[in-house]
Design a protein around this ligand. Structure first.
Ligand SMILES: [Zn+2]
Ligand SMILES: [Zn+2]
Length: 161
């Protein structure tokens, strides 16, 4: 059995009405995310608990069909809308607007050769605020950085109930 765990690396994040990461009660969420070209990926047509979803285009396999996925903006929330695929399907994640592949960040431990891809907290990737999402369907491992520092990481743990 696998379960996922949220690691938090910063005790005193300055949550506010304008911070890049927001908090209401126990819920941590991200109000805006952008591609490396500054395109806004947030949509209001799909929501999770009333919060705008993150729209990502994904190519299924090399040159395969392109599908729209809507991810929850809540940290450590695996919900998404989109086609159901077998867990472990490799995706090529693209910006729905410029259709460029999302930038490769660091390897994911879920599979050999899998990478986390970047969506950014601000329109300027130089500001070093990013969410790294795995390009493998069904892998929940993600992380959030701001000012180049790791703030949150969702880690899949195996072999425990
Ligand atoms: Zn774009
Ligand atoms: Zn992964």
């Amino acid at each position: 059995m696998a379960r996922q765990k949220l690691e938090q690396y910063l005790e005193d994040y300055p949550f506010s009405d304008t911070s890049h990461i927001r908090r209401d009660g126990d819920r941590l969420w991200i109000p805006k995310l952008y591609c490396h070209n500054g395109h806004d990926l947030t949509v209001t047509g799909v929501t999770f608990d009333g919060l705008p979803a993150i729209h990502i285009l994904a190519e299924v396999g090399e040159g395969g069909p392109r599908e729209d996925f809507y991810l929850s903006p809540i940290i450590n929330d695996p919900r998404k809308e989109g086609p159901e695929l077998p867990d472990g399907t490799r995706l090529r994640l693209l910006c729905p607007e410029c259709r460029e592949p999302l930038r490769q960040l660091v390897p994911c431990t879920c599979r050999v050769g899998a990478y986390r891809r970047a969506v950014y907290l601000t329109p300027d990737p130089q500001e070093l605020g990013a969410v790294g999402i795995c390009e493998v369907y069904g892998c929940p491992q993600s992380f959030v950085t701001e000012d180049g520092e790791l703030l949150y990481e969702v880690v899949q743990e195996y072999g425990r109930e």
